[in-house]
Every structure is written in structure tokens, then in C-alpha cells.
Design a binder for this molecule. Structure first.
Ligand code: NAD
Ligand code: AKB
Length: 311
């Protein structure tokens, strides 16, 4: 067991609830923190603290009191919710990150994980096999805040010597905790509705291709990145990582292999425009080369596992 003390901010969200449990298998001291109530599993497995990342005084108190050495800062407002409340998204995503970056420097925290997203890309980015370094002109407030966040992370590495690590997650799919208000949430909801009603009405059009990843790959990749030797981590803004790219139609076909009477229809809403501004597939060769990133799940393997685990 490693001796670090880890603070996870946003620990009750889609990623945090699974990352907390995974890190608690490796580390003795993993503190889960969030604005909202934890799941029974998170609550029963270790310390939980109610924390608003926008409250810098409370954040500093927690870091000092528990002698935190690593932070995973996951608290954010995602793309679809962010478009409904841009002011809130900017405040939580930007001010929250600045508080955490300063909190690390001022209190001797050694390592920070902060996730970026494929939403840093925009309509002028090449959409197929989007490279690590390319045009980034995001047109959602979420994407703008994450793009600025990437620059802040790189700045704190260059100027303040903070060991910041980051990946640009694609849409993440999981069964334990619902999606947090993103454009890719349809790819989670579809499995729950397939199981419940053998039918799903999709808020994106049938042909909308987006990069996605199954949560076990995302959790493993995140921990591998954080455990990699520092000299291997040469990108301090954020690494492209990739696993699967599919359309709602292709995902429905995969579900049909397990639930033959499953049907889908399409009723696109405002999220269609957001999806169309994002890449269809991602080139993650730089992450592969630097820290040996490799996904394990393809679409059918993920579908089978999702449907088996949704009760
Ligand atoms: P989520 O919305 O499910 O969870 C975020 C958590 O942060 C929630 O539990 C929320 O209560 C908490 N939170 C919000 N404001 C807070 C505040 N002021 N103080 C403390 N906690 C606060 O999101 P998620 O899907 O788990 O995403 C986590 C991170 O990963 C985010 O930064 C997100 O941008 C990034 N990301 C997620 C995906 C995905 O598909 N899930 C893809 C790309 C990037
Ligand atoms: C969203 O759809 O907002 C997130 C993301 C890809 O960042 N899932």
C-alpha cells in the first residue's frame, strides 16, 4: 500500500464514484469529497467530506488537516448543463481549477490529476483521427473552460513545477453512476432503457459518430498515467486518449445482438449541434508512445458487460 494521502474532489460523480473505489484498493488514505451525498459504497469504504471547491478557505483547511499529497480534481459542469448555465460552468470549471492549482502550490501537494475532454476541439478541428496538437476553437462554454484549464495546467507545470497530469477523456460509459449532464450521456441511457423497455429515443441523430470509452479503461488509464514515471509525462496540458468510436445506430445494432427486440428512434435536440462540433475519432499515438496507454474494450464487449451489470 502506498503512503500518499489522496483527495478526490467531485468524488460522487460518474467518474469519481468508481475512481474512489479503485484508488482505495491501492492506497490506504483516500478522501472522497463532493458537494453532494456519496453512494453507500463510497460512504462505507472510507472518509467522505462535504466540500465546495469554490470555497478556497475550506479547500486549504482540508488539504492541511489531512496532509494531502495528491489531488484528483474532477468537479466540473459538463457540456449540456454548461450551455444552460454558462456563468455557473465558467465559475466551477475555472475558479475551481485555479483554487486547486493554488491549493497544491501553497500546501505542498505533489501531484494533481485534472481531466480535460474531447470538447476542447471545435468545428474547425480535423474531425477524423484528431491529432494531439491541432486547431482548438471550442464553441461550448464547457470546451472553452477546459481549453483554458489545459493552458493553466501546463503553466503551473512550467512556472511552478507542479506535477500536473491530464487526459482528454472521450464520452465515458458506465453503469454504476448516471451521466453528469453531458452530450455523450445518450450512450449510457440507451443501455438502461434497452434493459427496461427494449426501446430508446435518442437525442442525437442516427449517424452522429463520437469517440467513447468504457469506464474500466478510463479508470485504469487514469491510474496508469498518475503512476507513470515523471520523465515519461511530456505533455502537461492534456493527452488525447481513445478507445471506441461509434454512432447511435451502430450502438443500437450492438445492443440488438443481446436484446433482439430492441428498437430505437431519433429526436435530436440542442445537443446535436454540440456533438457535431466534436471529433469523430481521436489519434492517441502520443499517449501510447509516452506512457503505454492502451484500451481494452471494444463496442460489443462493452455492450455485453453493461447489459449484464444493469439490474
Ligand atoms: P459528474 O457531473 O458526474 O461529477 C462531477 C461531480 O462534481 C458531481 O458529483 C458534483 O456534485 C461535483 N461538484 C460540482 N460542483 C462542485 C463543487 N463546486 N465542489 C465540489 N464538488 C462539485 O462528472 P463526471 O462525468 O464524473 O466528470 C468528472 C470530470 O471528468 C469532469 O471534469 C469532466 O469534465 C471530465 N470528463 C468527463 C467525461 C465523461 O464522459 N464523464 C468526459 C470528459 C471529461
Ligand atoms: C460531455 O458530453 O460533456 C462529456 C465530455 C465528452 O466531456 N461526456
Amino acid at each position: 500500500m502506498a503512503t500518499d494521502t489522496i483527495l478526490i474532489i467531485g468524488a460522487c460523480g460518474q467518474i469519481g464514484s468508481e475512481l474512489t473505489m479503485a484508488l482505495r484498493k491501492i492506497y490506504n488514505n483516500v478522501i472522497a469529497a463532493d458537494l453532494k451525498e456519496p453512494s453507500e459504497e463510497v460512504k462505507a469504504s472510507g472518509l467522505f467530506l462535504r466540500l465546495d471547491v469554490l470555497n478556497k478557505v475550506s479547500l486549504y483547511e482540508v488539504i492541511k488537516k489531512h496532509q494531502v499529497t495528491q489531488i484528483y480534481h474532477l468537479a466540473a459542469i459538463l457540456s449540456a448543463t454548461g450551455e444552460k448555465n454558462p456563468e455557473l460552468a465558467w465559475r466551477v470549471n475555472m475558479k475551481g481549477l485555479r483554487n486547486v492549482l493554488d491549493g497544491c502550490i501553497d500546501n505542498g501537494v505533489k501531484k494533481l490529476f485534472w481531466p480535460s475532454t474531447i470538447a476542447v476541439f471545435g468545428p474547425t478541428t480535423p474531425r477524423q483521427n484528431t491529432p494531439q496538437w491541432t486547431v482548438t476553437e471550442p464553441n461550448t462554454i464547457y470546451g472553452i473552460s477546459k481549453q483554458a484549464g489545459e493552458r493553466w495546467c501546463d503553466y503551473y507545470f512550467q512556472k511552478r513545477n507542479l506535477d500536473v497530469r491530464s487526459v482528454r477523456y472521450p464520452g465515458l460509459i458506465s453503469y454504476k453512476t448516471p451521466g453528469g449532464g453531458g452530450t455523450t450521456d445518450y450512450a449510457i441511457d440507451i443501455y438502461f432503457e434497452a434493459k427496461k423497455k427494449s426501446f430508446y429515443s435518442c437525442f442525437l441523430e442516427n449517424h452522429t459518430r463520437l469517440p467513447m470509452m468504457y469506464m474500466p479503461d478510463a479508470i485504469r488509464g487514469t491510474i496508469e498515467l498518475m503512476e507513470a514515471a515523471s520523465e515519461k509525462i511530456k505533455v502537461r496540458s492534456s493527452y488525447n486518449i481513445s478507445a471506441i468510436s461509434f454512432t447511435p445506430e451502430e450502438q443500437a445494432a450492438s445492443i440488438k445482438k443481446c436484446i433482439p427486440d430492441f428498437t430505437i428512434d431519433y429526436a435530436p435536440d440542442f445537443r446535436q449541434k454540440i456533438a457535431e462540433s466534436w471529433p469523430e475519432s481521436i489519434d492517441d499515438s502520443v499517449a501510447q508512445e509516452h506512457w503505454s496507454w492502451k484500451p481494452q474494450y471494444d463496442l460489443d464487449a462493452m455492450t455485453k458487460d453493461m447489459l449484464e451489470n444493469i439490474s
